[in-house]
Design a protein around this ligand. Sequence first.
Ligand code: BTN
Length: 320
Amino acid sequence: MKEKIVKILKQNKNKYISGEIISDELNVTRTSIWKYISVLRKEGYVIDSASRKGYKLISYPDVLDIEVLERKLSTNHIGKTIYYYDTVDSTNIKAKNIALDENNGAVIISEEQTKGRGRLGRDWISPKYKGVWMSIILKPNIPPEDAPKITQIAAAAVSKSFDDLGIKNKIKWPNDIVINKKKVCGILTEMSGEIGRLKYIVIGIGINANLDEKDLTDDIKEMATSIKIENGSIVNRENLIIDILEKFEYLYEDFLKTKSLNKTLDICSEKSALLGKMVYLVKGEERFKVRAIDLDSEGRLIVEDKLGNKETIISGEISI
Ligand code: BTN
């Protein structure tokens, strides 16, 4: 009902529409329209009301239009089913709860996460209407040890989508996208399976699209930012999601078909924030200064210490 009221208000933006007309159109009482209007106001809609004139929509929060998104999306599998929520604990948790019965490519998107989760058990700040908080359910026929490759595919898809929207960015191996050395996107890959048999993978993508300074705590601000903060303009989240899902599908299907990560690795190398640079490899409490020299064909990072000893890193913490 709320959505229907919003639709009518938007169709009549900048002019008053009476509660009577809305209630007739939606076949509910005027009192209940008034109650929904109060709820909408709490959610950030600025709606003026005047006696004998009715309601006028002044401004509204940037709510995702999933119908438009679904209509524009031109993928074969990824995002063919979309579950859209106003708020959830975590889209990854939601995805894992339904993954066994769900189709390959189902996507969970929420406007807000109350318990957004990052890697290594960290929290992930996910304020309402400001980011892209989504998870993709995948059921590829690949060995479980190949799951990290899907993380790289997602990172490459996000990075290229940012490029398309004119957002300068780098990939910080294995799963962060950074702008001016600060993180704007993180990817959390989770899976369920047994030895040798993968049941499903959930790729959680979190993008700080339109967060303001006040949305980030002081400690997070040191290493994270948002596209809006860095570029000074608001990102159209629908277009961003569409672009990411389409690019992800392209790279993912190529990987399944060719059994090679070549296309993804071309992007990850070209867009790397690390290759050729001195970085710190963090192992427990210790930090080692190494040079990041290459990505191998499996997407692992090859580093070299000052004595020329090379090491291949599967996953781990790298700090710039
Ligand atoms: C990281 O620590 O870098 C990974 C962050 C991943 C955040 C995303 S937001 C959508 C999905 N749901 C979650 O709870 N986490 C991931």
